[in-house]
Design a protein around this ligand. Sequence first.
Ligand SMILES: Cc1cc2nc3c(=O)[nH]c(=O)nc-3n(C[C@H](O)[C@H](O)[C@H](O)COP(=O)(O)OP(=O)(O)OC[C@H]3O[C@@H](n4cnc5c(N)ncnc54)[C@H](O)[C@@H]3O)c2cc1C
Length: 568
Amino acid sequence: MSSPKPAPPLCLLIFFPMRNWPLSLLSFSPQRQLGKKDPYCFILRQRLGVPGNIWRVSIAAHFIEKDAALHQGGTASTLVRIPRYNPQDSRGAPPHLRSWDAMLYPVSSLLSPRFFGYSLSQLLILFSYAVLFGVLLLIYSDPTRNPKRAGWIAMSQMPVVFILGTKNSIVGLLTARGYQNLNYIHRWVGQLIFIASLFHVVSFLVLWTRAGTLQHSMIRPVSIWGTVAFGGIALLSVCSLPAIRRWSYTFFFHCHWVGYITLLISIWNHVPEAIPYAIATAGIYVLDLFLRTIKSHITQATIHFVPEMTCTRVSIRNVSRGWRAGQHVRLTVLSMGMGLGVIESHPFTIASASGDDEGLILYCKKTGDWTAKLGTLAEGGITAKSSEAGFGAGRNVSVIVQGPYGGPGHVVFSSYSAAMVVCGGSGITFGLATVKEIMRDAFDRRSHVRLVDLIWVVCDPSSLTPLLPTFTKLCEQAACVSSAPVFALPDGIVMQAGRPELRDTLYASLSCVSALKNKSRSGPHGVIVGVCGPKGLVAQVRKVERGVGKSVRKAVGGIELVDEVFGW
Ligand SMILES: Cc1cc2nc3c(=O)[nH]c(=O)nc-3n(C[C@H](O)[C@H](O)[C@H](O)COP(=O)(O)OP(=O)(O)OC[C@H]3O[C@@H](n4cnc5c(N)ncnc54)[C@H](O)[C@@H]3O)c2cc1C
């Protein structure tokens, strides 16, 4: 890495007469006393001097008490000064293509409010699917007299539910959405299949009872296989209920594969007409298994328990490229120390950028059985094979890494003018990969990004300690922006007390980016806001992003939001 460069000679103070701009933007945030109840905000503000194309990187860790609501107030913003704009600094940058959301604003914003955990646009998709399903089920047909219709409809949806549920979904590929983002439709179609098969079964039972042939009909092979198939569907539907998934993901997972294998076999034997559907469904499943296999690597990893973050750091040096920021891998740890967990694979967001010297890095927070076992194994609490050397300084284990999956889809971080990434707890993995990727591209002059804000909300202040070397590494290449220091930290890093104010941070970036209007011929390329963490934090960031008015959006070339939630 190159050495720091002094601040550019011409520093322009940005001040835009925009409506509703907080005055606090024009000054440093007020200093606060670090009281017992006060949240602490350590702000590491940097401007990278070397490449000349990143004007500011700010990393802020906000410590809030557990269960406390995220509070507004105060500000984490500083005066923003921008140097001369040099188009050569981003000559290799990817072209910026605006998303539909940004292009159709403000119409698209009407679809963004969320109800019951879903956005209005998602609810519209689910509603339309249910209406279509209901029409096909009921139109010109009385389900009590024509039970076969419901059976056909249920069968026709099996390939659909599989295509939406597999890790390597063709729909995901075509829509640039990760399988976890399509999972809500997968679950919905699954529930509709259950309803249609319920119609199918109950109608036959009513018909046979009325005809007095119930006993005789029930022992025919077609009915026996039909009953088994319905058992499979019921198992899938009941065990996929959110309450059961939350109670035990492992139980849900095993019920799921037992359910769909049972369903596929029984549907094949139920009626000959079902065979093409069973073949199509099995084909999708087998193709997914094949793709998963070729996307899997058996390799060595070093695992290291990080007590301050209550998580295990997994470092895989042999895998060093081939992913984008925001993508995740599924990890299987091949150690006897994992007990039955040795057959499980768990998803974790990659915390390093593709091409990093340190390889693929994961941070696995201790939340349940599997992650706890991994932590214990890393700490050396489990007697493991002697080849798993490295007590204390990290233990070497064999792992299977499968992926990458998911990610930000059409969003290319380096194509925007500014990025604000907000992370909660272990969501910092998403933030680290995103910032590192932006920095990598900036050094290669392949990025339009000028301003980067990384905001990390954690419960325990000591969580910052293990990541200080990573932040310091960034700072080694930077010329520090002046701010009011409270405590001394490693060279170039400044800590500041104050409460996080996402709105101010976002507006600080927006003000700089809108300045590009007069400075570059191509104008600003928009602002990307990324968020990864608990639902409350994601909702707050969405609210802040939605609150930006039309004129400001226009001035910066649009604002887009990409979110990553650890679960579905
Ligand atoms: C796309 C994605 C990315 C993630 N990235 C990270 C990360 O970077 N760092 C991190 O600490 N955590 C991450 N997680 C969460 C992590 O996968 C779970 O915390 C972990 O699997 C918990 O396993 P457990 O057996 O210890 O806990 P459990 O108590 O069994 O599970 C806790 C919760 O984790 C989820 N979960 C458990 N097993 C699985 C599985 N096999 N597949 C999917 N979800 C599962 C379920 O929602 C469950 O309710 C991510 C999750 C997803 C879906």
